[in-house]
Design a protein around this ligand. Structure first.
Ligand code: MLC
Ligand code: AMP
Length: 471
């Protein structure tokens, strides 16, 4: 059973001890979760796909769990989504209804509300492990986001592999304040907790103070993206407040070595770093029982195999120095991009390897270090994956823009920050607001530079590396 701790028979027999989920001021026991989510399941059963506006609320938790009970694939929609991105996600996914919260613009879809106090004790058969659990939209280098088909099998396998690596048990209290529309917050944090049977606390905004409070409330397994950890270290007191936790885990982007060291100094915990993607789920991690090496993301999880392909197409040696393109094979890989066999074939080989797009080195002990990405057009900002092409397309549709180039500039807080170089006569503020409205708030450029011309080579191709030299 995917959400093993919500087994109705066990919950009815009294396994329902204590709180299961605390989020947005609401506390749910496992019995509350089974009863209310099964009531949701009764209302969505039979739908092909539903969209969930994934704000961090109890309604979102019940919507996702209810759809999973009924075997209906969920499309988590970013809480801060803008008009054009929402339209694309709804049309591409074929979502038939909004389940849970209704956005301001429902785009004409019917609404299935979630009632916190409704209860049903109907028993649903567990859907096939091959069934799609989630369709998560994620950015590529060009074009609009693609829907990643994530199966129930992949999710269950990943959580079990991570549980082994992190000695994660029902005794833990998992804490994070991350969005519930991506792998990190939703799959690992929420679904992981409901599979393992540990208590889960969502902190609300992932501020250093909220993290400190959640650890004071018993948090033992704490998840964050590097930006969150960096802000906690900068705060000092909050970093010291992590001391009673059992394991601090960082992922979704590279954890800077000074942040790793700061956490170790203040809290006494060297953080565990892990690596993965929407397409592969988490495939590499350092171990609760093993070496944590600053700047390195760890070893393949049980069942994962990796290979490095050097520029000449041969296998790169595992010498800790030779750089190659990272490919992974894992029971956790996605089932393709929805409606995009062409894009799927570009990254997944017939014999089951996923081409991650990341560049890495591996040492003789099998430790991996991520060196960077193959393309400058995939940006990671605050742990969010953002395609430069997607932002450029939107900006080009603005009447005040004639040419544009978007880059990820190095940023001490966000890892990378989105900077748009624009030829045109619009104001930077108007363009930032335009992207926030059309795509989503977290994809907005943090900076727009109006320039006379963009650097191009003789063929007219943009020279983004030249733009990046400005930083
Ligand atoms: C600012 N705001 C605006 C705005 N400009 N609102 C509307 N329009 C505008 N133009 C508001 C925001 O809504 C927000 O409001 C506030 O200003 C601050 O927003 P922000 O500046 O965008 O937030 P910031 O502090 O920079 O966010 C940092 C962060 C965030 C770390 C909290 O980047 C984050 O949550 N990252 C997590 C990403 C993640 O989970 N990635 C996992 C991908 S899965 P308000 O009301 O909120 O204050 C993956 C796999 C793996 O990668 O390996 O895990
Ligand atoms: P997403 O699909 O949003 O999960 O983004 C996946 C990408 O995030 C990966 O391909 C990497 O580029 C990056 N990533 C995730 N975890 C790490 C990490 N620990 N270190 C460096 N990059 C990471």
């Amino acid at each position: 059973m995917l959400l093993a701790s919500l087994n109705p028979a066990a919950v009815a027999a009294g396994a329902d001890i204590g709180d299961a989920v605390r989020i947005d001021g609401v506390t749910l026991s496992r019995s509350d979760l089974v009863g209310a989510a099964t009531s949701v399941a009764e209302r969505v059963a039979g739908a092909a796909t539903v969209a969930v506006l994934a704000r961090p609320t109890a309604a979102t938790v019940l919507a996702v769990v209810g759809a999973l009970i009924a075997g209906v694939p969920v499309v988590p929609v970013p809480a801060d989504v803008g008009a054009a991105e929402r339209r694309h996600i709804l049309i591409d996914s074929g979502a038939q209804a909004w389940l849970g919260e209704l956005p301001e613009d429902s785009a004409g879809l019917p609404h299935i509300p979630v009632r916190l106090h409704a209860r049903s004790w109907h028993r649903y058969a567990e859907p096939s492990p091959d069934a799609t659990a989630l369709i998560i939209y994620t950015s590529g280098t060009t074009g609009p986001p693609k829907g990643v088909l994530v199966s129930r099998r992949a999710i269950a396998a990943d959580i079990d592999m991570l549980a082994a690596a992190w000695q994660w048990t029902a005794e833990d209290t998992l804490v994070h304040g991350l969005p519930l529309y991506h792998v990190h917050g939703l799959v690992l944090g929420l679904l992981g907790s409901l599979r393992i049977g540990n208590r889960f606390i969502h902190t609300g905004k992932p501020s250093p103070q909220n993290y400190a409070q959640a650890v004071a409330d018993g948090g033992s397994l704490v998840f964050g993206v590097p930006t969150v950890w960096s802000r906690i270290v900068a705060d000092g007191d909050s970093a010291r407040a992590m001391a009673p936790a059992r394991l601090l885990v960082s992922g979704s982007a590279a954890l800077p070595v000074p942040v790793f060291d700061g956490l170790a100094d203040f809290s006494g915990h060297q953080p565990v770093e892990r690596y993965g993607s929407t397409e592969s789920l988490i495939t590499l991690s350092t171990l609760a029982s093993g070496e944590r090496r600053p700047g390195w993301v760890g070893l393949p999880l049980e069942g994962v195999v990796t290979k490095l392909i050097a520029e000449d197409g041969t296998a790169a040696p595992h010498d800790g120095e030779t750089i190659g393109a990272l490919h992974v094979q894992s029971p956790t890989l996605f089932d393709g991009y929805l409606n995009r066999p062409d894009a799927t074939a570009e990254v997944r080989s017939a014999d089951g390897w996923y081409h991650t797009g990341d560049v890495a080195v591996i040492d003789a002990a099998g430790m991996h270090r991520i060196v960077g990405r193959e393309s400058v057009d995939l940006i990671k900002s605050g742990g969010f994956r953002i395609g430069a092409g997607e932002i450029e397309t939107v900006l080009l549709a603005h009447p005040g823009v004639s040419e544009v180039a978007v880059v990820g500039a190095p940023d001490a807080d966000l890892g990378q920050r989105i900077v748009a170089f624009v030829v045109g006569d619009a104001s930077p503020e108007a363009l930032i607001e335009y992207v926030a409205q059309e795509l989503s708030v977290h994809k907005r450029p943090r900076e727009v530079r109006i320039v006379d011309a963009l650097p191009r080579n003789g063929m007219g191709k943009l020279l983004k590396k030249q733009l990046l030299q400005e930083f």
